[in-house]
Write a protein that binds this ligand. Structure first.
Ligand code: 13P
Length: 255
C-alpha cells in the first residue's frame, strides 16, 4: 500500500497544556485535511497526555521528545521508555542536536537511549546532522556516519531496526530560515544515510529531513525520492502553517 510522506512536529520547549489542546482542536477541525495518518506530534511531557485522547480519535500519532536509558529507578526528573510505552505513546526522538550540544548528551548516552527505547518497542526518530564547521571542512558525511555508528553500536537484534527512522537535521539549518538549504543537498545526504544503513544492516529505513522546513519550501524537500518526510520545529507551532505542510505531504508517497 502507498504510504504518504511522514510529517513530524517537534514542539521543543513550547506550548502550555492549554495551548497544546487548542492547537489539536484547531487542527482536527480543519476539514480540508484528508487524514492524519502520516502525522506525528511530539509535545512536551506535560502536554502529551492532555492531548492523547483527541489525537488517538483522529489517528494522529504522539511522540516524546526524549526519554531516559533505564526502565525504572532513582533518576529524579527522568521519564523512562516503559512509562511512555505503557501510556500508549508510540514514538520518541533520540539524539536531537539541541540535546547533544546544549545538554551535553554524549554518543554513549544516545546509544543507551536508543537501545532501551527500541527494546521497549518504541519507534525511534534518531536525529543526526553535521555542524557548520564540519560542512565547511567537507567532513559532513563522516560526521553523520560517526553519529549513526555510535548510536547503533551493539544493536545485534536486527529486527529492532524495524522501529528506527533517522532524521537528517543539519545543525546549521535548524531554526535558521536564512540557511537556504539546497533540497538536492538534503536529498543526497538522506540517500547516503539510507545506503549506509542498507549496507551495514541490510535494512531499508525511512529517512526524514529537518531544518527550517515550512509551507513555502516543504514541497521542494518532500518531492525528493530519498526524503521520506519532514521533522519540523518552528513551523509546526502554528496550526495553519503545520496543516499546510500536512496537505503538501499528502501529495507525495514514500518510494
Ligand atoms: P526548525 O524547523 O525550527 O528549523 O527545527 C528543526 C528541528 O530541530 C526539528 O527537530
Amino acid at each position: 500500500m502507498k504510504k504518504n510522506k511522514i510529517v513530524i512536529a517537534n514542539w521543543k520547549m513550547n506550548k502550555t497544556v492549554s495551548e497544546s489542546q487548542k492547537f489539536i482542536s484547531e487542527l482536527i477541525n480543519d476539514r480540508t485535511l484528508k487524514n492524519y495518518k502520516n502525522v506525528i506530534i511530539c509535545p512536551s511531557f506535560l502536554s502529551i497526555m492532555s492531548i492523547f485522547t483527541e489525537c488517538l480519535k483522529n489517528n494522529i500519532k504522539l511522540g516524546a521528545q526524549n526519554c531516559f536509558y533505564e526502565d525504572i529507578g532513582s533518576f529524579t526528573g527522568e521519564v523512562s521508555p516503559i512509562m511512555l510505552k505503557k501510556s500508549g505513546i508510540e514514538y520518541v526522538i533520540v539524539g536531537h542536536s539541541e540535546r547533544r550540544i546544549k545538554l551535553n548528551e554524549t554518543p554513549d548516552i544516545i546509544n543507551k537511549k536508543l537501545f532501551v527505547a527500541l527494546k521497549n518497542k518504541l519507534k525511534v526518530i534518531l536525529c543526526v546532522g553535521e555542524t557548520k564547521t564540519e560542512k565547511d571542512c567537507g567532513t559532513e558525511k563522516s560526521a553523520i556516519l560517526n553519529q549513526i555508528n555510535s548510536a547503533v553500536c551493539g544493536l545485534k537484534e536486527i529486527d529492532l531496526l524495524n522501529n528506527l527512522m533517522i532524521a537528517y537535521e543539519p545543525v546549521w539549518a535548524i531554526g535558521n530560515t536564512n540557511a537556504n538549504v539546497d533540497p538536492m543537498y538534503a536529498e543526497n545526504m538522506c540517500a547516503f544515510i539510507k545506503d549506509s544503513i542498507n549496507i551495514n544492516f541490510r535494512k531499508k529505513i525511512n529517512v526524514l529531513y529537518g531544518g527550517s522546513l515550512n509551507s513555502k519550501n516543504a514541497e521542494n524537500f518532500l518531492k525528493m525520492e530519498h526524503i521520506d518526510g519532514g521533522l519540523i520545529g518552528g513551523a509546526s507551532l502554528d496550526v495553519k502553517e503545520f496543516s499546510e505542510i500536512i496537505k503538501i505531504s499528502q501529495n507525495f508517497y514514500i518510494s
